[in-house]
Design a protein around this ligand. Structure first.
Ligand code: UDX
Ligand code: UDX
Length: 459
């Protein structure tokens, strides 16, 4: 079949996979190919067992795969054939050298730019999808301009705002699509080509265009603002635990102000995921590199409060368990960084789990989707940790349950049965405030929520 345009995506991860699946679904006249250096991942995408879990993704992939959506490990050919290339490779925080712990590690991204350069024979539009430091588009352009065959590359920024667990819904009904480009004739034309893709299903007024740097920075700022709300409410949760205030009541009262709004005000063990911390640190690094130390300090505190929240949670577990967990079985309910995903990148569960193991606790981890990743994360900790698909088994004989992820199934368990099989005194630390605390207390549990008074049977 002849296609109007050929779209390529480099990077078949949490962003590239779902985004291209939706583009293929909505644009049947475009051929969409996704390539990745990881051949195993490509095999996974071509099988019945997709490498990532997202509600609704499987249905879409099975509809379009082999029609106008293709997964391939042949990166060179993909680049040669493509008119438009989305770049969605990972850009983790640097672990070495200049900017370690803060700046983005751009080696994969630069590698991708080189691959594009070496394998292109004609003009192409390159759309950055990955979160990148501001002015990366310019760097990519500089690399691409070193080509000798005269092919013209127009680099645009098209950041992805999807959240994991709701990726398909976010892609189908985005709040906005952002496209940043040079304000030149060819830049605007390229932005128009990208807009045309989304216009298949996104109302025109939701497709925003801007200059390149505004677009790149908007992505970092959007994530920084979201994370800031969580750190703000979490900082107040600490205050609530010292007073008789209740964080849920405060979040409701404050969020009822339409200027503030109710979303992203759930106090928790702290935020996780591959983006928030990385993007804020990136923002901090950029601010510092321009000598804006007050701006850098301001945003750094969002990350600091998040770490403080993790630390505070572990400290409260230790205190409630009489300052020793040696040899005690502790059931960890949830290892994913949030519900409805198997992703464990930057999950608070890793920090909490490790700290409890350092204190010589025996962990039983249960999670409906993340046990595979949890096993990889805790490799080498045999003897101190087991992985249990069944939450009842995980809690059997445990002295405490620690809720880290807000999976719905944890709300629906028969806690009476669970309580009977636990060691007494039995504690529940609800790091997400998703359980019925009063009911658990009445069943006999000592209950420790976030930002609310604990309910204990002790004198
Ligand atoms: C990534 C970034 O983490 C995020 O900052 C950005 O906003 C979007 O891209 P994600 O899709 O979640 O997000 O990353 P990941 O699931 O790790 O997928 C990246 C894929 O790129 C991996 O499958 C990796 O194998 C692939 N890759 C990496 C390449 O194909 N080529 C490379 O040179 C490097
Ligand atoms: C985020 C952004 O929402 C998305 O727009 C961007 O493209 C990528 O980064 P994601 O990391 O997938 O998406 O998940 P998100 O729903 O934002 O949650 C991030 C973390 O914050 C999770 O650990 C979540 O549990 C936590 N969170 C969220 C809270 O602790 N409280 C809240 O009220 C909301």
């Amino acid at each position: 079949m002849d296609f109007d345009k050929k779209i390529l995506c480099i990077g078949a991860g949490y962003v590239g996979g779902p985004t291209m699946a939706v583009i293929a679904l909505k644009c049947p006249e475009y051929k969409v190919t996704i390539v990745d250096i990881n051949e195993e991942k490509i095999k996974g995408w071509n099988s019945e067992q997709l490498p990532i879990y997202e509600p609704g993704l499987e249905e879409i992939v099975s509809k379009v795969r082999g029609c106008n959506l293709f997964f391939s490990a042949d990166i060179k050919r993909g680049i040669r054939e493509a008119d438009i290339i989305f770049v969605s490779v990972n850009t983790p925080t640097k672990t070495f050298g200049l900017g370690a712990g803060m700046a983005s590690d751009l080696q994969y991204w630069e590698n991708t730019a080189q691959q594009i350069l070496e394998n292109s024979e004609g003009p192409k539009i390159i759309a950055e999808k990955c979160t990148l430091p501001v002015k990366t588009a310019q760097a990519m352009e500089r690399i691409l301009k070193t080509n000798s065959n005269g092919a013209h590359f127009e680099v645009v920024s098209n950041p992805e705002f999807l959240a994991e667990g709701t990726a398909i819904q976010d892609l189908l009904e985005p709040d906005r699509v952002l496209i940043g480009s040079h304000q030149t004739e060819s830049g605007l034309r390229a932005a128009g080509e990208i807009a045309k893709i989304y216009a298949h299903w996104v109302p025109r007024e939701k497709i925003i265009t801007s200059n390149l740097w505004s677009s790149e920075l908007s992505k970092l700022v959007a994530n920084a603002f979201l994370a800031q709300r969580i750190s703000s409410i979490n900082s107040i949760s600490a205050l609530c635990e010292r007073t008789d205030a209740n964080i849920s009541e405060i979040a409701y009262a404050v969020g009822s102000d339409r200027r503030i709004g109710p979303k992203f005000l759930n106090a928790s063990v702290g935020f996780g995921g591959s983006c928030f911390k990385k993007d804020i640190l990136n923002l901090v690094y950029i601010a510092e590199s321009y000598g804006l130390s007050e701006v850098a300090e301001y945003w750094k505190m969002v990350v600091r409060i998040n770490e403080y929240q993790h630390e505070r949670f572990v400290a409260s577990i230790m205190k409630a368990m009489f300052n020793t967990v040696v040899g005690k079985k502790i059931a960890i309910f949830g290892f994913a960084f949030k519900a409805n995903t198997g992703d464990t990148r930057e999950s608070p569960a890793k920090f909490i789990g490790r700290k409890l193991m350092e204190e010589k606790a025996i962990l039983a981890i249960t999670d409906p989707k993340a046990l595979g990743n949890a096993r990889l994360d805790l490799e080498g900790m045999d003897g101190q940790v087991t992985f249990e698909p069944d939450p009842y088994q995980a809690a059997d004989g445990a002295s405490a349950i620690v809720v880290v992820t807000e999976w719905d199934i944890f709300r629906e368990l028969e806690y009476e049965k669970i309580y009977k099989n636990m060691k007494k005194p039995a504690a529940i630390f609800d790091g997400r405030n998703i359980l019925d605390h009063q009911k658990l207390f009445e069943l006999g549990f000592n209950v420790y929520p976030i930002g609310k008074p604990s309910l204990t049977h002790f004198e």
